[in-house]
Design a protein around this ligand. Structure first.
Ligand code: SME
Length: 160
């Protein structure tokens, strides 16, 4: 199946999931499962959320699908994850071995995308995806992952 049709299909499956998931936690678990199952190059999919009230701020591992990572708590001055959360901008790394910020989760990881999640214009967490393939996250992948991050952000905003 061409990647564009697959991404469109996955987008509508995620939209259905958003209607069906009773809680934000269910939605986040569902997003991880669906992206991991359906997008063949998404080998680790997980959420890191800012710990409420933590000073200095720290990202804490939430729902994920893939191998357990040693990085369950990441300060904002560390990793690709810290860079995305502190800048509020999506970070795409085509070759993690060339990025000095990279914190290794699996030796097989070659590329990574991290998309921040916003509630009322503030970063509250992020969606992190690792791939065993170099440069796995093109423009359409970035749109799909951003779509998922926005859905979770709006759901969190509604449940506040
Ligand atoms: N690679 C991330 C750490 C999280 S693991 O990939 C699951 C980083 O550099 O922040």
């Amino acid at each position: 199946m061409p990647v564009t049709s697959r991404i469109e299909e996955v987008r509508s499956e995620i939209a259905e999931l958003t209607q069906a998931a009773p809680t934000t936690k269910d939605l986040m678990q569902g997003v991880c499962r669906l992206l991991h199952e359906r997008m063949l190059k998404y080998n680790w999919v997980g959420f890191y959320m800012l710990e409420p009230g933590a000073r200095p701020p720290v990202l804490v591992l939430g729902a994920f699908v893939g191998a357990m990572t040693p990085h369950t708590r990441i300060p904002l001055n560390q990793g690709i994850c810290g860079a995305a959360a502190s800048s509020g901008k999506t970070v795409v790394v085509d070759d993690v071995s060339k990025d000095p910020r990279y914190l290794a989760c699996s030796l097989e990881t070659k590329s990574e995308i991290v998309v921040p999640i916003f509630v009322k214009a503030n970063v509250v967490g992020e969606l992190d995806i690792d791939s065993h393939f170099p440069a796995a996250f093109g423009a359409e992948d970035q749109e799909l992952v951003t779509y998922c991050a926005k859905l979770v952000g709006s759901r969190l905003e509604k449940s506040e």
